[in-house]
Design a protein around this ligand. Sequence first.
Ligand SMILES: Cc1cc2nc3c(=O)[nH]c(=O)nc-3n(C[C@H](O)[C@H](O)[C@H](O)COP(=O)(O)O)c2cc1C
Length: 218
Amino acid sequence: MIYKLLIEETKMTHLLAVNSSPNLSSSVSRDLVGQFAASFKEKAAGNTVTFRDVGQNPLPHLDEKTIGAFYTPADQRNEEQKKAIALSDELVDEIIAADTLVIGAPMHNFGTSSHLKSYLDHIARVGRTFSYTEQGPKGLLGGKKVFVITARGGIYSDGPASHMDIQVPYLKTVFSFVGIEDVAFIHTEGLNMGDENREKAIEAAVHSISSSVSGLAA
Ligand SMILES: Cc1cc2nc3c(=O)[nH]c(=O)nc-3n(C[C@H](O)[C@H](O)[C@H](O)COP(=O)(O)O)c2cc1C
């Protein structure tokens, strides 16, 4: 029992930090993901972080060859299919190795950046992150925690534009599909609504990041 408790207490030790803003010089989400990762590392000596930057290094769209390889059983893939699937396998391995994820999610046209969409297309993998069962699809990544740090020009968490937010339902649905139900959003909103709003939004997000990291088990 004590042994079990010790394992649970020290579980949150590896963070995967995903950036998906194509803005490399003044991105808000990129900056906040960096702050989250730095706090996470400082929190405990054994904490480690892997960075994946699909904003700086965009992933290719899925093509016919790659999708064909996804749906070919691993032991039947030919060399060309193995090559086509290698990047996706690497991305899935990264997620499996992490117990916590932080995702930087700029809002682009009411949803995620296409960079993040492409990332999610690569990690939603039959046989690796979900499986088909007689009861329907079953997610295989249970037990992980995801923090999504959004950056948005307008305000969607409340008020007249809230129905236009397709970012939150989309991300919740995809993570749930791969078995991750524990998804927390840290919104940075109203960034294009004047300097004062912008500063307040960033300050509130920094505060949320600090309490979110403090609340993690390790
Ligand atoms: C291509 C593009 C589309 C955008 N679409 C929206 C949008 O639909 N709604 C919104 O509130 N802000 C929108 N914005 C503003 C961004 O959400 C805002 O600049 C945010 O800071 C982007 O995150 P980043 O700073 O991490 O890149 C858009 C910005 C860009 C570049």
